[in-house]
Design a protein. Structure first.
Length: 160
């Protein structure tokens, strides 16, 4: 079943790149007591994700924070080393927390996974954005058919 507005995000953990190397981070550490803008991409370094999705959230980080967002996080079913390299390539400092859902466990628990095997990608995340307030989904924007519209930073800002 797919997560919906009003649901609590499932418990789990991710890997995130740090100055000291890869580190686990729990959903509580990411979401508890905070208003978080989370967006998911089908894959790091993929065209739309690199040209529009991540840059949009980087560029609008201050605008989102001005509207009450405490943190911005990007999740992808990639390993932590790929997420680190992608963040570096995109000039991400501390504007966006890069979360590796390497095995897709969190993505599956949300019901927002898809099988990209016919593209040689295996299990991936659908493209979406959401707002979680203390771990409860208050806004959810899932793209249809490979589009890039409702999961953008611009769209999220308009609806905050």
């Amino acid at each position: 079943m797919t997560i919906k507005v009003g649901d609590t995000l499932p418990s789990g953990s991710f890997m995130t790149p740090t100055e000291e190397g890869p580190a686990p981070i729990s959903t509580d550490e990411v979401f508890k007591g905070k208003k978080v803008a989370l967006f998911a991409v089908p894959g790091a370094f993929t065209p739309t994700c690199s040209a529009k999705h991540l840059p949009g959230f980087k560029d609008h980080a201050e605008d989102l924070k001005a509207k009450g967002v405490d943190a911005i996080a990007c999740i992808s079913v990639n390993d932590v080393f790929v997420m680190k390299a992608w963040g570096k390539d995109q000039g991400i400092k501390d504007e966006v927390l890069m979360l590796a859902d390497g095995n897709g466990a969190f993505t599956k628990a949300l019901g927002l996974d898809f099988d990209g095997s016919k593209f040689g990608m295996g299990l991936r995340s659908q493209r979406y954005s959401l707002i979680a307030d203390n771990g409860v989904v208050t806004q959810l924007n899932v793209e249809e058919g490979g589009e890039f519209r409702v999961s953008s930073a611009d769209y999220l800002l308009e609806h905050l």
